[in-house]
Write a new protein. Structure first.
Length: 415
């Protein structure tokens, strides 16, 4: 092979500018495959995840059960080991900060020579590595493991240990900043959960535990049902095989977009013909939207729309009624009932779904309109803080992604 580019990172710490190109070696020169099954099965079983690497299953509520007999065949994972998983072709190679056991289906890598594991922890999740990982792996699909032989054929950087450490420290510091912001995000979410418990009456009560002082003498909240206070509808999907139905100027929302929570735009549009000749309907602003179907997280998810749009058949819409309820208040209340909605829709063997009748029969308590607006304003302000914090985390992740692209050279070989 001849090199088409110099193997020097675009971003380099000044003290290494005179050290020249990075050396690249085959994967097996740096890491060996380990298959140690000598254990008493008492070590924690590790889940191999793309987001968190190798972590104890109980830490992520991983509920796959295994027999004592099968655990005997599990491999020991040491702190600092790397694991090739079934999805490594997609998300890179995972790192373990834990001593534990993993399924024999995984390939465990341990450094053969003295290198900085933290450097490779970042490199094995970088875009350059994942791209090079896939370059020689034709036919890799879900369910097919990258072999140690295939890993061994990949050229991997081996800069000086000093430069490895410098890069690792830089990226790890950024990881700590991201982790701190994630912790702040979780605290904000927990704070909102606590507020909801206090601002809405709990089971068997008709007034909330905490009430803004101007409403303390306003008496009990009034019991009602969705059917008694609002029109409820569902949507539909124009036939996808008819081009005249699609790419018009009428927003059409699929159920996956419920996860955006506050809907200001959608990805798909239909034509007037598609609206007229299908069961979908144009709904007004500020409907409370509820996911009716799906075995993932979408079923029971609430959202609210700020544009007129149509929805698919898996979204129920509670239309606004300004004489009785504030839509922002109702959105917050329905959003807080996610687990209850999931329970109501479990159906036979957990494969059921919500429907309009279930939505109509939802019971809730309503205060007067002024108190509704006050509660909605309080919770919406907190939502804005949560959204801003999530956006800050995403910006930091994008910054790290760009930084990694600059800190690791882009290999470009030709025969």
């Amino acid at each position: 092979m001849s090199k088409k580019n110099k193997l020097i990172p675009e971003l380099r710490f000044p003290e290494f500018n005179n050290e020249g190109e990075w050396k690249y070696v085959n994967g097996n020169e740096l890491f060996e495959s380990i298959s140690n099954k000598d254990h008493d099965s008492k070590l924690p079983i590790l889940a191999i995840t793309q987001e968190q690497g190798a972590v104890p299953r109980e830490a992520i509520d991983y509920r796959v059960s295994v027999t004592d007999k099968s655990i005997e065949s599990y491999k020991v994972v040491e702190i600092g080991d790397f694991i090739i998983s079934l999805r490594s072709f997609q998300g890179g190679i995972e790192y373990s900060k834990y001593l534990g056991l993993c399924s024999p289906a995984y390939i465990i890598l341990r450094n053969r020579i003295d290198v900085k594991n933290d450097f490779y922890r970042h490199y094995f999740k970088s875009i350059p590595f994942i791209r090079d990982l896939n370059k020689n792996l034709e036919g890799i699909r879900d369910g097919k493991m990258i072999s140690y032989t295939q890993f061994s054929e990949i050229l991997i950087p081996k800069p000086s240990k000093t430069e490895q450490q410098k890069i690792a420290s830089c990226l790890s510091t950024l990881d700590e900043v991201i982790a701190a912001h994630n912790q702040k995000l979780e605290l904000l979410k927990d704070h909102k959960k606590g507020l909801i418990q206090n601002l809405f009456p709990q089971k068997g009560e008709k007034v909330p535990k905490y009430r803004f002082k101007e409403f303390k003498k306003d008496g009990e909240w009034q019991k009602t049902t969705i059917d008694a206070i609002a029109k409820v509808s569902t949507g539909g999907t124009p036939e996808s095989s008819i081009p005249e139905y699609w790419n018009g100027n009428i927003p059409w929302m699929n159920s996956g977009e419920l996860n955006n929570k506050r809907i200001y735009s959608v990805s798909n549009f239909i034509t007037s013909k598609g609206l007229k000749e299908s069961s979908t309907k144009l709904i007004p602003l500020k409907c409370v939207l509820i996911g009716l179907a799906g075995q993932g997280k979408t079923r029971g998810t609430a959202a609210i729309n700020y544009i007129e749009l149509c929805t698919n058949q898996s979204i129920g819409s509670i239309h606004p009624n300004e004489d009785v309820f504030d839509s922002e208040f109702l959105y917050q209340r329905i959003d807080s009932m996610y687990e209850k909605l999931r329970y109501l829709s479990t159906g036979d063997g957990g494969r059921g779904g919500l429907n309009l009748q279930i939505i109509k029969e939802i019971e809730l308590l309503l205060p007067n309109m002024r108190e509704q607006k006050k509660i909605a304003s309080c919770l919406s302000s907190l939502d804005a803080l949560i959204t801003a914090q999530a956006e800050k985390i995403e910006q930091l992740k994008q910054h790290k992604k760009g930084l990694m692209q600059g800190l690791f050279p882009k290999m470009n070989y030709q025969l």
